[in-house]
Design a protein around this ligand. Structure first.
Ligand code: ADP
Ligand code: MG
Length: 368
């Protein structure tokens, strides 16, 4: 697939020494939904603004559909941005807000109204065409902002935390709507978010950023199942990350001592005995083993004490402590294990088991 958007070794330095984006190279294919994901301050907005033309890179190049646009002003690029605060004209109707960009292009009146009408219908606002922004809910204003960006048929739609000011239920509904809109339009979407759920739900690929650099690019499943670093394992979903030391190696397998507990991993990187590592596994991969039950052959058993039981609606999260004090989180779906053994209580002892296929080993810890 040829890249529609290409960042080549792009760096942005503000002032003398604020490195907002640090040597980023990234290809985005036509029609893809890509999210830039990372905590506040990691450079997401700056990267997006350089693609929009609102910031110029200090170094590197950006190409759009094969053309070098690095030095082009925003209006000469076929991209459009939806801002976090919507930036609607408060005194103009929905129709006028959406038509604004087209009027400036000098399109014929009939063409404008037909485009505006079809775009508003696409975002489900046909009945609000004469309303003003203050008469609309947050979600509806967000849709107007989207319609205004889409109506000009950009090659790439840029969205900077578009859902962050909506409340949780609406945000979830809009995530699905945006995803459907993307499928219907077939446009390329680049969305910035600090919310990993949002990135996992919506994107074809997510770009996990850390201190201005890319940590990992992958499909949501790749990022979740095969995080490349402890930072990604920690930021995308929740991970148990325990310090240990390699005690045995065998082919692609390894045994790691975490205190006095031995954990096994199938599919480890190349390791040597005595090496310090981080062992990682997901809380939902940990299974509770009943008092009279045996853990599956080849699984590792962790003897813990429950320090806290947190009710999460569909499940419970157990915060547990291993013999030597390491903390582990275990997520239990209600209706499965918990029903069988009863909901465990804080303070009680518990046996947990983990399949070595679900354990990863990291050779360094890049969290901060
Ligand atoms: P994010 O969108 O991931 O929160 P930003 O791209 O907004 O991150 O910011 C990345 C870094 O660059 C931050 O340290 C921020 O303070 C800095 N920064 C962003 N814009 C400017 C600017 N116009 N001038 C100076 N520093 C900036
Ligand atoms: Mg930002």
């Amino acid at each position: 697939m040829t890249a529609l958007v290409q960042f080549d070794n792009v760096t942005k330095v503000f002032g003398k020494s604020i490195v907002a984006v640090d040597n980023v190279s990234l290809s985005i294919a036509e029609g893809e939904f890509v999210t830039l994901l990372g905590p506040s301050g990691c450079g997401k907005t700056t990267l997006l603004r350089m693609l929009a033309g609102f910031e110029m890179p200090t170094e590197g190049n950006i190409t759009l559909a094969g053309d070098d646009v690095t030095q082009l002003p925003p209006y000469r690029r076929n991209v459009n941005m939806v801002f976090q605060d919507y930036a609607l004209f408060p005194h103009l109707t929905v129709q006028k807000n959406v038509a604004f960009g087209l009027e400036r292009l000098g399109l014929p009146r009939e063409e404008i109204s037909s485009k505006v009408a079809s775009t508003l219908s696409l975002v489900g606002l046909s009945d609000k065409i004469e309303a003003r922004p203050y008469e609309l809910s947050g979600g509806q204003r967000q849709r107007v902002a989207l319609a205004r960006a889409i109506v000009r048929e950009p090659k790439v739609l840029l969205l900077d935390e578009p859902l962050s000011s909506l409340d949780a239920n609406l945000r979830e509904a809009m995530q699905v709507e945006l995803k459907h809109l993307h499928e219907q339009l077939g446009l390329t979407f680049v969305l910035v978010t600090h919310d990993q759920t949002e990135a996992l739900v919506m994107s074809d690929r997510a770009v996990v950023m850390h201190n201005g650099s890319i940590s990992q690019v992958g499909t949501p499943a790749e990022l979740y199942d095969q995080p490349a670093t402890t930072y990604v394992a920690d930021f995308v979903g929740t991970s148990n990350l325990l310090k240990g030391m390699v005690s045995k190696t065998a082919g692609t397998g390894a045994e790691v001592a975490v205190g006095s507990t031995k954990l096994h991993c199938n599919g480890a990187p190349e390791l040597s005995v005595g090496q310090d590592v981080i062992v990682g596994f997901r809380p939902e991969k940990v299974r509770v083993i009943g008092a009279k039950e045996k853990a599956p052959e080849s699984w590792d058993v962790l003897e813990c004490q429950i320090s806290e039981v947190l009710f999460h609606g569909g499940g419970i999260r157990l915060r547990c402590t291993l013999r030597d004090g390491e903390k582990i989180i275990c997520d239990v779906q209600l209706g499965t294990t918990a029903e069988k053994f009863g909901i465990p209580e804080a303070g009680s002892k518990i046996k947990l088991a983990i399949d070595p296929d679900n354990v990863s080993i990291f050779t360094e810890d890049d969290r901060q």
